[in-house]
Design a protein around this ligand. Sequence first.
Ligand code: PMV
Length: 325
Amino acid sequence: MKATAAAPSNIAFIKYWGKKDEKLRLPENGSISMNLSNLTTRTTVEFNSKFKKDLVVIDDFIDNKESSRVIKQLDLIRKKANIFHKAKVVSKNNFPKGTGLSSSASGIAALTLAASKAAGLNLSEKELSILARQGSGSACRSIPDGFVEWLDGNTSESSYSLSLYPPSYWPIVDIVAVVSKRKKDTSSSDGQKLTSTSPFFPERLSRIKEKISHLKKFLKNKNFTEFGQMIEEEALELHAIMLTSKPALIYWLPETVKLMKAVKKWRNDGLEVYFTINTGQDIHLILEEKNIKQLINKLEKIKEIKNIIINRPSFGARLIDKHLF
Ligand code: PMV
């Protein structure tokens, strides 16, 4: 009754922001993402009748808030498998968590796959995605491979993710520029509760279906320029909703804005790169493989950048042999 899984974080090109059902985590709109090869979580789960209580160790620490979120997810899985044993969970991220790099997506996806296997369940990709969604919305996109669409759905059964294209489909790159390891003040889950307080949110929703279909067309045609322009506009629209929520959510730091401006300048100078940002200060730079060297040369000259993480499109969650305990 022990299993281990690895799962990638993902970057949304069309973002998930706002829920039409808080408990089931049904999103207000569909979203599109890419799994990231170098932001991963590995998790081992063991259910055992000898364990007196659930134990959750993430990156060598026990944290009550994080443990209760993990235990909620274990409860869903125990219910489905009809088992009652307590569990030991050990999880390791290869990147800083709580800073906007979507560790909850990779973390909940790895947990869902490892725990369901350890509980004796053999779930389909769709079933795993539905379960992962209930632990963290964006986690449902870390289950399938490569370029992924999350269908919003009106019921739990119809709100899940599927792969649009495998990782090898399009060699685009996501270079994450880490500008601070500071944890964000407001989690995505809490921030999302404010969505309806922005007067611009209904306007966003009225255009989102059309936006998704355009982005899917740009992906299909591998039209990098139109694709890049749209994802950058989308990130700014997401932050416009956050900035106009009550109270306002400001996730950027001065370093984030400096990089946003630098991206515009580099583009004017002929280097085709676009940015996207989630609920954090770090910036994702999206470019084609052929331009990596040129961009890294530029990033190395910016003293505010603490670290860069180069990601290519990745597989989704998978079982691995090497247990963490
Ligand atoms: O799944 P959550 O609750 O961590 O929310 C993710 C929200 C964004 O990262 C801002 C957008 C997205 O679609 O990933």
